[in-house]
Design a protein around this ligand. Structure first.
Ligand code: ADP
Length: 249
């Protein structure tokens, strides 16, 4: 198809740690606009893949393409500037600042906004208006003045998503967004991911199959560092190799 249909592609991406192959010849295609889930048992290489995609790690071999450009040798900040934003990178929210202040800081880290910030008082108002808009998007407007440390656990992820949105991601990487949550929070965060996926692409590591079946357009299953299977939920959940890995038979 058209090269721009594929926002992210890896070709033969490999990572060795002193001879141990954590990610083995992974060729992955993420389609523009998709919610794409990366799944697999513990130790499959999911985190290492995320670290390679954001250049926290450098691949031993292979190529990473974003919008058709080779980004393999770029630095993490350059990758972020291109619009590849991983939630936990900036989820280091300041616990003793308010929710609104954290989103404001997120916006000021965005080059475009930090530039406008120095343009005077009108821009300060615009900054606040934009921060409130982002809080509304993640349904946190009622918590704007709450000191972050006092936010309920399930709402912290929503704040992380808001600060990620402040960076204007084209491709958003989410690390286990529903981890450790009860049903209600899982449902709320799932709907939130679905909502913010409009107009952008999401790649997420997620363990909860209910979440995956309800929102993932495409799934890549990793096992022992390699791609085991790729497809939609119906395809992947019927795949004998996937069942074997998950059932341990
Ligand atoms: P997952 O996120 O799917 O649980 P990881 O990417 O964390 O898997 O790990 C994949 C494999 O690589 C594991 O066996 C892990 O022990 C190994 N690994 C990860 N990081 C390192 C490292 N820095 N040095 C050596 N081995 C590592």
């Amino acid at each position: 198809g058209h090269p721009q249909d594929c926002i992210l592609e890896t070709r033969g991406m490999t990572k060795e740690f002193r001879g141990f192959i954590a990610v083995n010849d992974v060729s992955l295609k993420v389609r523009r606009g998709d919610i794409h889930a990366l799944i697999g048992p513990n130790g499959a290489g999911k985190t290492t893949c995320f670290n390679l995609l954001t250049k926290f790690l450098t691949p031993t071999r292979g190529t990473i393409l974003f919008n058709g450009d080779d980004i393999t040798s770029l630095k993490p900040a350059q990758i972020a500037r291109r619009g590849v934003i991983r939630s936990f990178q900036i989820s280091a929210v300041f616990p003793h600042l308010t929710v609104l202040e954290n989103v404001r800081i997120g916006l000021q880290r965005n080059t475009g906004w930090s530039f406008r910030f120095w343009q005077g008082e009108r821009s300060l108002k615009a900054l606040d208006a934009r921060a409130m808009e982002l809080l509304e998007q993640v349904d946190l407007q009622a918590f704007a003045k709450t000191v972050t440390v006092n936010l309920p656990y399930g709402r912290k992820r929503a704040l992380e998503i808001a600060t990620t949105l402040a960076m204007e991601p084209e491709l958003m990487l989410l690390d286990e967004p529903t981890q450790g949550m009860g049903h209600e929070d899982v449902d709320r965060v799932t709907q939130l991911i679905k909502k913010v996926s409009a107009g952008r692409t999401i790649l997420m590591v997620e363990h909860n199959m209910n979440v995956i079946s309800s929102i993932a357009d495409r799934i890549t299953v990793l096992a022992r560092g390699a791609v085991l299977c790729e497809g939609d939920y119906a395809t992947v959940s019927k795949d004998p190799a996937v069942l074997e890995v998950y059932m341990g038979t």
